[in-house]
Ligand binder design. Structure first.
Ligand SMILES: C[S@@+](CC[C@H](N)C(=O)[O-])C[C@H]1O[C@@H](n2cnc3c(N)ncnc32)[C@H](O)[C@@H]1O
Length: 194
C-alpha cells in the first residue's frame, strides 16, 4: 500500500481547495490524493499552531511540510524567513501552489528530513510522519540540534499513544523538553537545544 509520503506519480490528481482559519490567520490549502492533508487541516497541526509561540523568533524550518499549513501560518503571521521541506514531490508542488494563492514566499525543497538542509534556524516545527517509523521521528528530533541556532527550539505535536512520553525520555540528552499542552490525546512539545 502506498503511504502518503511515497512519491507515486501514477495516482490520479484531484486538487481540492480548503479555506482554513487558525487563531486570526486565514489561509487556503491545496490538497490532493497521495498527500497527508487530503481532507484539509489535521487536528494535530491545528492544536500545534494554536499553541506555538513564534514571538522573538525569526527563522523557521517546517519539516514534512505536506501541503504547507505550518509554513503558511508563519508567513501569514508576518514571518519572512521560512524554509519548508518534504520527501513527497506532490506535497511540495501543492505547497508551491498554496504559496502563490496566499501571496506569500518561502524556500520549498525536497529533503529526506535534514539531508538537503544546510542552514540553521531559530525554530524547527513539525507534525512528524508517524507512519515513517520511530527511527525517522527520532532523526527529526535528534538531528534538530545540528540545524538550530543557540537557544533554538524544536516544536512538535504527537499523540500520547504514538509514543509522546518515550520521545521525551529517549531524547532528553540533546534537548530540554517542555510539554506545552495536552489536547484530546495530542501532546504539544517544545524542545530547547541544550
Ligand atoms: C503528518 S504529515 C504533516 C504534514 C503537514 N506539515 C501538516 O501539518 O499538515 C508528515 C509529512 O512528512 C512528510 N515526510 C515523510 N517522511 C519524510 C522524510 N523522510 N523527510 C521529510 N518529510 C517526510 C510526509 O510526506 C508528510 O507530508
Amino acid at each position: 500500500m502506498n503511504q502518503y509520503f511515497d512519491n507515486n506519480e501514477k495516482l490520479d490528481s484531484e486538487i481540492k481547495e480548503f479555506f482554513v482559519k487558525v487563531n486570526d490567520i486565514n489561509m487556503y490549502l491545496y490538497t490532493d490524493n497521495g498527500v497527508f492533508n487530503k481532507k484539509g487541516l489535521d487536528f494535530g497541526t491545528r492544536v500545534l499552531l494554536e499553541n506555538i509561540d513564534i514571538s522573538n523568533k525569526e527563522s523557521f524550518l517546517d519539516v514534512g511540510c505536506g501541503c504547507g499549513p505550518i509554513g503558511f501560518f508563519l508567513l501569514l503571521s508576518g514571518k519572512e524567513n521560512v524554509d519548508m521541506v518534504d520527501v513527497n514531490n506532490r506535497a511540495i508542488n501543492l505547497t508551491k501552489i498554496g504559496l502563490k494563492k496566499n501571496h506569500i514566499k518561502a524556500n520549498v525543497f525536497n529533503s529526506d528530513i535534514y539531508s538537503s538542509v544546510t542552514s540553521k534556524y531559530d525554530m524547527i516545527i513539525t507534525n512528524p510522519p508517524i507512519h515513517a517509523g520511530k527511527a525517522k521521528i527520532y532523526e527529526i528530533v535528534r538531528g534538530s540540534i545540528d540545524h538550530l541556532n543557540d537557544n533554538g527550539e524544536l516544536w512538535l505535536v504527537i499523540r500520547k499513544d504514538q509514543g509522546a512520553k518515550s520521545l521525551i525520555s529517549d531524547n532528553s540528552d540533546v534537548l530540554n523538553f517542555e510539554i506545552i499542552d495536552k489536547i484530546k490525546g495530542f501532546w504539544i512539545i517544545k524542545g530547547i537545544k541544550k
